[in-house]
Design a protein around this ligand. Structure first.
Ligand SMILES: [Zn+2]
Length: 176
C-alpha cells in the first residue's frame, strides 16, 4: 500500500500548519519579480535541498511536463518535474514525484529554490532574499501544544472573571 499509516504519520509530524508564526509575505521570482506564491501556501522548507515547501503556488508557476531524473547528492534516484517562472522562464523549483525515503514526505509538493526567490514581507514592507529567511515550521504536535496552552490561559482568565462576577453579585445582594 502506497500510503500506509507510518508514512501519513510521518507527513503530519514533519509538516505544519501554522501560519500564525509565519510572517505574511509574497514569494517572487528573483529575476522578474512575478508573484509565485505567498506565505499562506508555504508550509515549511527542505533544508537538504534549500527549498521552500508550498502546497499552493500562483498560476505564474509552470510545471514542466517532462519527468527528470536526479543523479547526484540529495536528488539521486528522484524523479521530478521542473518548475519554471511564467514571467521569465527561469527555473524556480521542482515537484518531486518519486523519491527515496528521506524526501518521500515532500512528494507532490511545490518546492521553490530559495536561491531563486525574493520575499516581500508585508509587515516591514521590505523585499528580502528567501535565503535569509527560515521557513521551517513547528510540527503539528508543537502547534497543538501551543494552542492548548493558549486555550488553558483563556480558560483561567474566564474562570477568574466568573469568580469576580459571582463575588460582586453576592456582595451587591448583601448590601441591598
Ligand atoms: Zn521570472
Amino acid at each position: 500500500m502506497e500510503f500506509n499509516n507510518s508514512v501519513l504519520t510521518n507527513r503530519l509530524e514533519n509538516l505544519v500548519i501554522s501560519r500564525v508564526d509565519m510572517e505574511l509575505m509574497t514569494l517572487h521570482c528573483q529575476q522578474c519579480h512575478v508573484v509565485l506564491a505567498d506565505s499562506f501556501g508555504a508550509c515549511g522548507e527542505v533544508q537538504a535541498l534549500d527549498c521552500i515547501v508550498c502546497v499552493t503556488v500562483t498560476n505564474k508557476v509552470k510545471v514542466s511536463e517532462s519527468l527528470e531524473r536526479g543523479t547526484r547528492g540529495q536528488m539521486a534516484h528522484c524523479l521530478y518535474n521542473g518548475l519554471r517562472c511564467g514571467g521569465c522562464s527561469c527555473v524556480v523549483g521542482m515537484v518531486i514525484q518519486c523519491a527515496p525515503a528521506h524526501l518521500d514526505t515532500f512528494r507532490s509538493m511545490f518546492l521553490l529554490c530559495k536561491a531563486n526567490i525574493d520575499c516581500y514581507v508585508l509587515n516591514s514592507s521590505s523585499m528580502v532574499k528567501a535565503s535569509t529567511l527560515c521557513f521551517e515550521q513547528k510540527s503539528l504536535k508543537q502547534s497543538l501544544k501551543k494552542i492548548k496552552h493558549q486555550c488553558e490561559g483563556q480558560l483561567e482568565r474566564i474562570s477568574h472573571l466568573e469568580k469576580r462576577l459571582t463575588y460582586n453579585n453576592e456582595a451587591s445582594f448583601y448590601y441591598c
